[in-house]
Write a protein that binds this ligand. Structure first.
Ligand code: ZN
Length: 336
């Protein structure tokens, strides 16, 4: 594969080039499609035909979430070899090459808190901070350059979770005022075998929030399973997302409505680590989407307690080890 030579694929290339500046390189595929390696781990694909879709596929915002990185890398390889012929414009992103190389969630800062311009308020010398700024620019340019034929902007930011989940896969739908989850997007999630959606109720600094809020895309953070090292993933468990992404890239006819309703949850309360003396009563190993009955004590800081309200709540992303002032978890309610 010339673009990544002498490396086997975009993963190998990205790991080696994380700290080098690379010249943008372009090439034309057999069918006339154009590919451009814009930066380490950032590849744009432009089909030879008028495309209706601008699709951003990102992974590796957290470097140790390897299964989506392997899936995206294979998509890139298949597009370049011609095995997967593309009808959609696609921007492929391996977001955090340093963390991927180190097999760590992040190097300096959690990158998925740096988007929507949040990077401007952080130390701009840090790798993740600089990279978040660049990724915003690549994505903005990708959408700005789209031809008039494009009818839809989509972004899937693919992750795996540190902890087990009572629901193996779920999507997070960023908050945009007045927006509801379209039937077509529910149908797409169904293809990816995702039956649970967390509807955010306020804007966030995630990558998918950036594309939703600032770039007018339908975008999702996808939690696709458990964190495993490279090579240890059972990729069969990720076949749904692979099918969806391949269908979208190739321009396959996809259903416009789901066969059944996707379960939607809303954020009822954001748990914040309010001080060093903040206490957390959720055990370390509790799975995401664990249900807590009314009255359960979740956290306490001095006299301030968080108790589950009048209906059951479900916890996701509990992490008491965050910095003071950061989010330590979310309490959800099922949308009826
Ligand atoms: Zn992640």
């Amino acid at each position: 594969m010339l673009l990544f030579s002498p490396h086997k694929n975009i993963i190998g290339h990205s790991i080696v080039h994380a700290d080098r500046s690379i010249q943008a390189s372009h090439s034309t595929l057999m069918d006339g499609a154009e590919v451009a390696l814009l930066d380490c781990g950032v590849m744009r694909f432009e089909p030879n035909t008028a495309s209706k879709l601008s699709l951003v596929i990102s992974c590796g915002v957290h470097g140790n979430e390897t299964a989506p990185i392997e899936i995206v890398s294979q998509l890139v390889s298949d597009v370049l070899s011609g095995e997967l012929s593309g009808a959609a414009r696609v921007l492929f992103i391996l977001a955090n090459p340093w963390a991927i190389a180190a097999n760590k969630r992040f190097v300096d800062l959690n990158m998925n808190r740096l988007f929507c311009g949040q990077w401007q308020h952080e130390d701009l010398r840090l790798k993740e901070v600089k990279r978040a700024a660049k990724l915003e620019a690549y994505v903005a340019n990708f959408f700005a350059e789209e031809p008039v034929t494009v009818e839809q902007r989509l972004h899937y930011d693919c992750h795996t979770a540190i902890r087990a989940s009572a629901r193996e896969r779920f999507a997070v739908y960023p908050f945009v005022s007045g927006r509801v989850l379209p039937e077509q997007q529910q149908a797409f999630l169904e293809i990816a075998e995702i039956h649970t959606v967390l509807m955010q109720q306020q804007s966030a600094n995630t990558f998918s929030s950036f594309t939703a809020v600032k770039q007018d895309a339908e975008s999702f953070t996808l939690e696709l399973g458990r964190v495993m090292p490279f090579g240890a993933n059972n990729l069969e468990r990720f076949s749904g997302i692979d099918v969806l992404l391949r269908s979208l890239i190739s321009g396959a006819d996809l259903p416009r409505s789901p066969t059944y309703d996707i379960e939607q949850f809303v954020v009822h309360h954001t748990l914040e680590k309010s001080s060093a003396s903040w206490e957390f009563f959720v055990p370390d190993n509790v799975p995401n989407f664990s249900e807590y009955p009314p009255g359960s004590l979740i956290s306490r800081d001095g006299s301030a307690e968080y108790l589950v309200g009048s209906e059951p709540e479900y916890i996701v992303f509990p992490n008491p080890k965050v910095r003071v002032g950061d989010r330590a978890g979310l309490m959800l309610r099922k949308l009826r």
